[in-house]
Design a protein around this ligand. Structure first.
Ligand code: FRU
Length: 481
């Protein structure tokens, strides 16, 4: 369906965008960003015969997005250097003509099985929630992750159960015993978020088994991008709810992503929670994460370092420079004391340049530290509980801790964004990754995270510390190989 003219225009636009992006100092050095144009959710994450495949929602010709997305593709053998690959999936069929939406990968018998949502908007007077939209579940078989051997609609929109709006999407597939399972995010006609479950014995014929999870009252009108996995025998369910009212120290963005821990009853196909819903990240830019198990059987999460439908006071200045959004660092997940811990994966240490170490001991006065580049990693270890401390970073970003809450504030480099907060007791360890226009912070070895984009004008910046009597700083400039 996409004709020669579409691809010629796309290539022409990409050529122009590449020129702009090459000159942009806000380009990211070691995070994954779109080659050109717009990126959103990570898709189809897998490791296949050694190669790590990162696919993503992609509108290569338009930094503002808004057009039917493709699946962009990057590969790596080490999580450190990535290669840009040709676009993998395109909105090329009657069943996906308005977007190859998000989905997952499942590796078995030397093949990758991808499942995605084919989005279709019918012409006419529709709101595209209650009428006018199709979201078909599509299965793609590939022998290598680059070429397509088979592509079939496995659940046409008309076959979804009744009681739902047109929003049913983002299949995640996994296997248990001899059975394959698929979970999908959904919005009911009463505007409640739910997760549906299907099963299959052959990956092509799927049977609806009911609502896998949906028991939380007043918890948003739509749940996107569900993900299910086990760590240490515990069942974890991730999803991205939309429509939860903002609070001062939680649910501060327009949309949210988080997890619950619990137990699945496989007789009734239902997930029973034993923990509250916890947000995975408290910054401005985190949404639609997806996980996979790599060949070392580590559970690895990539999130979208961005957010859709952001608040009107914010404008993203990289749009004028030919691109928008990025992915978070790959984070290894573990469970500790009933909570998920997220840590930057160990391979990232290969990006490290020469280490600098600084010890700060009493008196508690202001200290400053020069960071020679704006792509760096820093670990701050706090040995003494202080009533209050502050860290100034990157021109005008301030981290302020008062013993119970960490507040991250931005000045003009936030482009309209001001504060994000996270409640955290006894903050002892901050692991900070700055990458020209992003900051990703892991608190207390990953019990909480804060990820945001910021757009400083000065490339090199001093950092200042106030209120510490005993802490140490380890600093590494980072460069991708
Ligand atoms: C999440 C999401 C998904 C959808 C995709 C479309 O950001 O809205 O639910 O599949 O983005 O790009």
């Amino acid at each position: 369906m996409l004709n020669k003219e579409y691809w010629q225009t796309l290539n022409q636009k990409q050529t122009n965008l590449k020129k702009k992006i090459a000159q942009d100092p806000w380009r990211l050095a070691y995070h994954l960003m779109p080659e050109t144009g717009w990126m959103n959710d990570p898709n189809g994450l897998c490791q296949f015969n050694g190669t790590i495949h990162f696919y993503h929602q992609y509108v290569p010709q338009e930094a503002a997005g808004g057009l039917a997305p493709h699946w962009g593709h990057k590969t790596s053998t080490d999580f450190v250097s990535f290669k840009e690959e040709p676009v993998f999936l395109s909105p090329n069929h009657a069943y996906d003509r308005d977007g190859v939406y998000s989905g997952s990968a499942f590796v078995e018998n030397d093949q990758i099985h991808f499942f995605y949502t084919g989005n279709v908007k019918q012409p006419g007077d529709h709101d595209y929630t209650y009428s006018g939209r199709e979201q078909n579940t599509v299965h793609v078989v590939s022998n290598d992750g680059f070429s397509i051997n088979k592509q079939e609609v496995v659940i046409p929109h008309a076959a979804y159960p009744s009681g739902f709006t047109d929003h049913i999407r983002d299949p995640k597939v996994f296997k248990r015993g001899d059975t394959y399972y698929m979970i999908l995010g959904a919005r009911t006609v009463n505007n409640e978020g739910k997760i549906l479950i299907y099963d299959s014995t052959n990956l092509s014929d799927w049977h609806y088994r009911g609502i896998f999870f949906g028991g939380m009252d007043d918890f948003g009108y739509m749940w996107e991008c569900p993900d299910y996995f086990q760590i240490d025998g515990q069942d974890v369910l991730l999803f991205s709810p939309q429509g939860i009212p903002n609070q001062r120290e939680s649910f501060q963005n327009r949309f949210h992503s988080g997890y619950i821990i619990g137990q699945v009853n496989w007789e009734t196909f239902t997930f029973h929670e034993s923990s509250p819903f916890r947000e995975l990240d408290h910054g401005f830019d985190f949404y639609a994460p997806q996980t996979f198990s790599d060949e070392q059987e580590r559970r690895i999460l990539w999130g979208w370092m961005g957010l859709g439908d952001t608040l009107p006071e914010y404008s993203n200045p990289t749009v004028a420079r030919g691109w928008q959004h990025a992915a978070t660092l790959p984070r290894e997940l573990q469970i500790c004391e009933g909570k998920l811990l997220q840590q930057p994966i160990a391979e990232l240490q290969r990006l490290r340049g020469k280490q600098q170490h600084k010890q700060i001991q009493s008196p508690a006065c202001e200290q400053s530290f020069q960071t020679p580049t704006s792509a760096y990693e820093m670990i701050i270890t706090i040995n003494q509980n202080e009533p209050r401390w502050q860290i100034e970073l990157l021109e005008d970003t301030l981290l302020d801790y008062d013993g119970t809450t960490l507040t991250m504030s931005h000045g003009p480099s936030g482009y309209g964004r001001k504060h994000r907060r996270v409640k955290i007791d006894e903050l002892k360890h901050l692991h900070i990754f700055v990458d020209h226009s992003s900051i990703e912070i892991f608190l207390n070895h990953g019990t909480a995270c804060l990820t945001s984009r910021i757009y400083p004008k000065k490339r090199q910046s001093a950092m200042g510390l106030t209120g510490f009597t005993d802490c140490s700083i380890d600093y590494w400039p980072l460069a991708s190989e």
